[in-house]
Design a protein around this ligand. Structure first.
Ligand code: ADP
Ligand code: MG
Length: 337
């Protein structure tokens, strides 16, 4: 089974639902009624040593920050505000206490910066490496929550920030390439310490203009395929419009990699992926600017199924390639670094 099949199997086995549950398995967060107008948003993500991080090059303070960012990213992607955090820490016997203190400092600093607080968790010995699971609880106005399922044919597909930088950074770090080249620091930082777009997600949701939204954790090809499946639509992507890809050329040449592959299947960008009416373009760009972020249109939602990538050839003709689900899958590619 691949990751999607495992989740679909578990979802199929899940017991009866509850009247308070608005959305269960299948979106960035579960959505639970809080009161007459508000909802709770619940999400969980895990960082495992040698799967999600390589402790030989990942500074502990940045890892602590990343553990929070990758979780609050899911709350922001539904238009919510992170409020509470629970931490489960799995530590091997004889763990490095200075490392652990720095990790905890990064984690608690990031909680404060995102405006949420650590309220509990669990601490266990791990026979393998380090493992950290966070649960984040957020809140939102019920009528402002943006689901993956609202994309409509004719919508523009948008992404915030740039694509593929985290994948480039990971590859440079893993191979120990050009450690002193400051021009690549930005890529390395995107892997080591990504920033969740919580403010942008909340503002986009509050605008009422966004039809569907999620965060980019597994790569555009996989995440847009999830969004399309949930919405019952398909999508066309235009490779020439991918933001950031041109900046990856030198790093890609050094690493012997393809910048477009980083952008489409690299994963861990933690940018926002969303769809909206094409007529709302200028309004959306203004919202992003007010949040200090950039957004770029990268494609269009259509009536079909799946995700198709369109690339221009040098001779002016274009090629089309089906790319759905070509991003990161835990049960296809096993390790980082
Ligand atoms: P994200 O990348 O946004 O964190 P995932 O791809 O991890 O989302 O998960 C997709 C959906 O499947 C989410 O609703 C998540 O809660 C659910 N899910 C993932 N793994 C499990 C599991 N082991 N048991 C139940 N639900 C799961
Ligand atoms: Mg997500």
């Amino acid at each position: 089974m691949n990751e999607l099949q495992i989740i679909e199997y578990i979802a199929g086995q899940a017991g009866p639902t509850d009247a308070q549950l608005i959305k269960g398995i299948g979106d960035d967060c579960a959505v639970i009624r809080k009161d007459g107008t508000r909802v709770w948003l619940l999400t969980m993500d895990t960082l495992i040593e040698s799967v999600h991080f390589n402790s030989s090059f990942h500074p502990p303070e940045k890892l602590g920050r990343k553990a929070v960012s990758v979780n609050v990213s899911d709350v922001g992607a539904m238009g919510g505000k992170p409020v509470f955090v629970l931490l489960s820490a799995g530590l091997p016997h004889g763990f490095d206490e200075a490392w652990f203190r720095a990790f905890t400092r990064g984690l608690t600093d990031a909680c404060r910066e995102y405006g949420c607080c650590l309220i509990g968790g669990d601490t266990v010995a791990s026979p393998g490496g380090l493992s950290f699971t966070l649960t984040v609880i957020g809140e939102a106005e019920a009528d402002q929550v943006v689901y993956r399922s609202g994309a409509r044919p004719g919508d523009t597909v948008w992404v915030s920030g740039e694509l593929g930088l985290a994948a480039a950074g990971l590859e440079l770090l893993s191979a120990g390439l050009a450690p002193d080249n400051r021009a690549f620091d930005h890529f390395r930082e995107k892997h080591l310490n990504p920033q969740a777009r919580v403010t942008l997600g909340r503002q986009l949701a509050a605008s009422g203009l966004v039809h569907a939204m999620m965060d980019l954790s597994d790569g555009l090809a996989t995440d847009l395929a999830h969004l399309c499946k949930q919405s019952g639509v398909g999508a066309l992507l235009h490779a020439k419009d991918f933001p950031g890809v041109a900046t990856l050329a030198a790093a890609a040449e050094l690493a012997g990699s393809d910048p477009l592959r980083w952008a489409i299947s690299g994963g861990e960008d933690y940018e926002l992926l969303f769809t909206a009416d094409p007529g709302d373009r200028d309004h959306l760009i203004r919202i992003a600017e007010q949040c200090g972020q950039s957004i770029s249109p990268v494609g269009t939602i259509g009536t079909g199924a799946g995700v198709t990538l369109i690339q221009k050839r040098i001779d002016g003709t274009s090629s089309e390639m089906a790319v759905a689900y070509q991003g990161f899958d835990h049960f296809r590619k096993q390790t980082v670094g």
